[in-house]
Design a protein around this ligand. Structure first.
Ligand code: FAD
Ligand code: DLZ
Ligand code: SF4
Length: 522
């Protein structure tokens, strides 16, 4: 290892060879520090596959860096003396290496960034904090865009990102095809859906097997199936997964984006979020590949624009929104929701087939696709008034792609309206009808989606009206939802009573989750 090097801590979601802290550094004057730490692995009880994914991807990345000639100081979870925290490990590394400076790329999450910002007071060593330029919009660009706006509409931000990147833009500054957004062509139900090609699976190598054994030993009380573990853990594998998406699935990505099919959490989705978020894939590069698929006539514009919008629109937007609204966002609870998360979120043990299916795929794969997360699981939490902290902890724990910067805006603001409508202009509330239209769940459900109230009625139906009724004062002036109350008023008292009574009975029957599933109690 070099004397008095530059110490470069690389976090578990910074596994990118062109990371800002690595650029411009030479291999003979730097030491890279990577740390498996107990605090990060347990501040929520992450799904077992999420821990395997991150530790295995970290170990493979360290091996690649070493092969390329870098000095890597890699701390394994069970190494003697491991302090269990990033700050503790940086302190120990300073003792070992006497670095002349520390260069670190900013953390993606507020909690970790707070810890890093304390380093200059804790350590004698000069610290250089570098921006994470794997994102397209800088923090300042997002703030400038947001400043003075009444509503932070994603669509407007997305257009800025299209202009900035030039993706799907013509020379005259107009969007390719004439429209910015082709979502109206992207709402096919699964009825006529072609059979989706399979997603590549990656058998664990020896390095991953070691991590699987570690997780089995140390995290046996965490949620989720440990095996089969098949996620990409290297950039080469992630590229192979991306190749498969651009070869066979992007064509139908758009039309079937909102469709839900029992037993499937992939369909025509890319399944690339786990790789993008930990740094194995470059999001902008993926968008350029999507654009090329359109230019080459291999995918239609509605699919390609839809995919690009998810990445340079939603993904960038939620990141900007997160940094703008932290730390308050984590505690917002505009709808004063207090009900604990039901136990069945951990077991999948419910007669509601849509929920049990989404929870089971979450348990099996540490993944569910966007509409399952939004319109089944999220819609349920919104309508049932589950308290935002429980819901946040659940989503953060169970998905292999979950980091707070992307999970929290989606949960607190998009599904729960806990931010009071800064992100979404209205709550995404829906009755069983929506799920029935977009899925094949209802036909084999113990409940009847067409039954509105009483024994055997789909619980989403009364819950929908219970939600509207209890939040009427807040929602009646919302131009996108206010009209619904005219329908409610026309129903008459008896019908309204049936709805409210059915919902109350259902809510009373929910068994709260046992303590200690999501947040670590230690
Ligand atoms: P695709 O459908 O193929 O989409 C392509 C890419 O677009 C994704 O890989 C992702 O990078 C990006 N993307 C799509 N939608 C969003 C979005 N709403 N916000 C940010 N990026 C988006 N995504 C995460 O990466 N981590 C999370 O913790 C996460 N939590 C979510 C929680 C809720 C309540 C909801 C409604 C959505 C959440 N999402 C999250 C967004 C989305 O569900 C996942 O990105 C997607 O399911 C990942 O699968 P995929 O790669 O096949 O996505
Ligand atoms: C999610 C996670 C887990 C489970 N474990 C680690 C770890 O031991 N070491 C590490 O560097 N990163 C881990 N991560 C990801 C971090 O939580 C994530 O990189 C930072 O919080 C980003 O701010
Ligand atoms: Fe879900 Fe209701 Fe359909 Fe059953 S009937 S699958 S609970 S939407």
């Amino acid at each position: 290892m070099p004397d008095n090097p530059i110490l470069i801590p690389i976090l578990g979601d910074q596994l990118t060879r062109t990371l800002s802290s690595l650029r411009g550094r030479t291999k003979d004057d730097s030491v890279i520090l990577m740390m498996e730490v107990w605090d990060e692995a347990t501040y929520v009880k992450h799904h077992k596959q999420k821990i395997v994914l991150i530790f295995s991807a970290m170990r493979h990345f360290a091996a690649e860096l070493r092969d390329a000639g870098w000095s890597v100081d890699y701390i394994k979870l069970d190494d003697t003396g491991n302090s269990g925290t990033f700050t503790g490990e940086v302190a120990r590394a300073i003792e070992r290496h006497s670095p002349r400076a520390i260069h670190v790329t900013e953390a993606s999450e507020w909690r970790v960034q707070q810890a890093i910002e304390e380093w200059p007071d804790k350590f004698e060593c000069p610290i250089e904090l570098l921006p994470d330029d794997r994102f397209i919009a800088t923090h300042a660009e997002f703030r400038d865009w947001a400043e003075g706006r009444k509503a932070l509409t994603m669509e407007h931000f997305y257009r800025e990102m299209r202009r900035k990147t030039g993706l799907l833009m013509e020379d005259d500054g107009k969007p390719t095809g004439g429209d910015w957004n082709y979502d109206k062509e992207n709402r096919e139900s699964p009825g006529d859906m072609p059979s989706p090609p399979s997603v590549p699976k990656f058998a664990p190598d020896d390095m991953t097997q070691d991590v699987i054994a570690l997780v089995e030993d140390r995290f046996s009380d965490h949620f989720g199936a440990l095996t089969p573990f098949e996620w990409p853990v290297t950039s080469a594998q992630a590229e192979e997964a991306a190749d498969a998406f651009f070869a066979a699935r992007i064509e139908n990505f758009g039309p079937y984006q909102d469709a839900m099919v029992h037993g499937s959490d992939d369909l025509f989705h890319s399944m690339l979020s786990t790789s993008i978020n930990c740094g194995l894939l470059d999001p902008l590069e993926l968008c350029r590949r999507a654009e090329k698929a359109y230019e080459d006539g291999r995918a239609p514009l509605n699919s390609v624009e839809g995919f690009i919008r998810q990445i340079i629109g939603w993904r960038e937007y939620v990141r900007g929104f997160y940094w703008m609204h932290m730390p308050g966002l984590a505690h917002d609870n505009e709808l004063a929701a207090t009900r604990p998360l039901p136990e069945f979120f951990w077991t999948g043990d419910t007669d509601m087939r849509c929920l049990s299916d989404c929870i089971r795929s979450t348990h099996k794969n540490a993944h569910a696709h966007h509409i399952q997360r939004l319109m089944v699981l999220g819609n349920f939490c919104l309508l049932a008034g589950i308290n935002p902290r429980d819901v946040q902890d659940w989503y953060l724990a169970v998905y292999a792609d979950a980091y707070e910067w992307v999970e929290l805006p989606n949960v607190a603001a998009m599904i729960l309206y806990a931010d009071g409508g800064k992100l979404a202009t209205k709550p995404y509330a829906a009755s069983g009808n929506y799920i029935n239209k977009m899925s094949d769940y209802c036909k084999d459900c113990a409940y009847s989606v067409s039954k509105k109230t009483g024994e055997g009625a789909c619980p989403f139906n009364p819950l929908y009206w219970h939600f509207m009724d209890r939040h009427r004062d807040r929602l009646k002036s919302n131009h996108r939802i206010g009209r619904i109350f005219a329908t409610w008023d026309r129903m008459g008292e008896e019908k309204q009573h049936d709805y409210l009574d059915s919902a109350d009975k259902f809510l009373d029957s929910l068994e709260p989750a046992s303590e200690g599933w999501a947040r670590n109690e230690n």
